[in-house]
Design a binder for this molecule. Structure first.
Ligand code: EPZ
Length: 429
């Protein structure tokens, strides 16, 4: 499988132009990652469509290939074919898990199908400590014995057994890990206080298409009747709600008119309501959303919460739009402890933002001015791009590899909306 990395590419933007036009959203990164991993639950062929061409997807495919899965990826066509019939190792090594935390959800499927797994502890990342204690205690409730040794989680179980699991917090990853494990456990599992995120729902649907018996996804309680085996599938991944929200936020910030196609507006409702509070007009259709923002935006307060609340993955992008709103916005982050790293970079564009603990006070400015910036994580990068699109003059965003982890063909899509944006390849730097 080919894997090109964009090294130290930069993005150069001349801002100040309203974005106008239509964008087709790609398949959801955060749905595709666990769905690809779900193919570990069967020895039959699986085919996945609408898989986005992203660095994180290449990483998970590398991990699956490392475990012995046969992977045929044609990411230009967004298709992946996989067979995990002949697994050769049950170990997910540090180098692969470290670069992408979502790798830890191999633990549940490996334990459920093979009774053993050794998975590196992911460690913290830029946005927070991100422990996996809820994943581990959920798997223990299914009968797995878990110990930590030399930075690895070592799990074993004769046969997982269905049980009642009450998550301490509706963690997306823990719900996905335990849900996958429960599909092959003996008897019934009742998962309570589950994450209700649409990506969890998409995973449950993919698992059902593989023969799993699951009810209640998208609610707090998911009931699973374990099966002795699952079968192959062909499954199409849902559209990316965060990508869609990011383009809409860019339309809002530049006072443009942007239509995104390829997702159900329902999955972005908390964000759409806030766009409306900020003064945008939103038109919801069965598979598309249109945003129009003609006048100066109004400052808008919000707090990130588990779904169906306002998503943490949209906080940075919405904040970037609020830097040019009229009046103040009070933005509170409750999901991750360190997710304001974009603030000091937005300040380089002239944004006026004060942080007190988990809350940021944004005082809207008439205008931003272009500046050189440094991306620190995926959604922070997206917010800097939005800042640059609003700012007068030239903005350079460095370390754009963060953006390539989660946005497919982002500069091409923005150019189609009329943005003046180019990628400067690292060899040209
Ligand atoms: C998923 O991460 C997403 N990643 C994140 O998207 C997203 O921000 C997050 O859900 C919240 O919506 C993927 O789906 C691959 P959590 P996840 O477990 O599963 C704490 C992006 O930009 N926690 O719901 O890791 C944790 O530290 C990424 O695309 C524990 O304490 O999120 C955090 O504070 C970033 N112990 C909170 O719960 C645990 O065992 C929510 O985490 C698990 C989590």
């Amino acid at each position: 499988m080919q894997g090109w990395v964009h090294g130290m590419d930069k993005i150069k933007i001349y801002g100040g132009k309203p974005l106008r036009g239509t964008v087709q959203v790609s398949g959801s990164k955060n749905a595709a990652l666990p769905i690809l991993i779900a193919s570990l639950l069967t020895d039959q062929d699986c085919q996945f469509e609408s898989v986005p061409q992203l660095q994180d997807i290449r990483t998970v495919l590398r991990l699956l290939a490392h475990l012995g899965c046969r992977v045929e990826a044609d990411l230009d066509k967004n298709t992946v074919r996989m067979n995990c019939g002949e697994i050769t190792t049950l170990e997910a090594p540090y180098d692969l898990v470290r670069t992408m935390r979502a790798s830890v959800v191999v633990l549940g499927p490996l334990l459920a199908r093979f009774g053993q797994a050794k998975v590196s502890l992911p460690g913290g990342c830029a946005i927070g400590a991100r422990p996996i204690n809820y994943h581990l205690s959920g798997l223990e409730r299914l009968g797995a014995e878990i110990r930590l040794e030399n930075g690895y989680v070592i799990g074993s179980a004769q046969k997982l057994k269905g049980n009642r699991i009450v998550f301490e917090f509706p963690s997306v990853g823990a719900t996905e890990n335990v849900l996958m494990a429960a599909t092959l456990a003996e008897g019934e599992s009742l998962l309570e206080n589950c994450a209700k995120e649409p990506e969890v729902v998409d995973l449950a649907r993919a698992l059902r298409s593989m023969g799993a018996e699951i009810e209640g996804e998208g609610t707090e309680v998911i009931r699973v009747q374990g099966k002795s085996s699952l079968h192959g599938t062909t499954y199409r991944v849902m559209g990316d709600r965060v990508e869609a929200g990011t383009f809409l936020a860019a339309g809002l910030a530049t006072r443009g008119a942007v239509r995104v196609e390829g997702l159900d507006p329902e999955v972005l409702e908390a964000v759409l309501v806030k766009f409306e509070d900020a003064g945008a007009r939103i038109h919801r259709e069965p598979n598309a959303i249109t945003l129009e923002a003609w006048s100066r935006l109004q400052g808008t307060d919000f707090t990130t919460l588990p779904y169906p609340g306002f998503p943490t993955d949209m906080q940075a992008q919405f904040m970037a739009a609020m830097t040019v709103a009229e009046g103040a916005s009070l933005i509170t982050e409750t999901i991750f402890e360190n997710r304001f790293m974009h603030v000091s970079e937005l300040a380089r564009l002239g944004a006026d933002i004060t942080i007190r603990g988990h809350t940021a006070l944004v005082r809207g400015q008439e205008k931003l001015q272009g500046a050189p910036l440094m991306a620190t994580d995926l959604r922070a990068s997206a917010s800097l791009i939005i800042g640059g699109l609003c700012a007068q003059g030239e903005t350079i965003v460095n370390r754009i590899y963060h953006l390539d982890r989660g946005y497919e063909k982002v500069e091409q899509k923005l150019r189609e909306l009329g943005a003046d944006i180019v990628r400067i390849k690292s060899e040209e730097n």
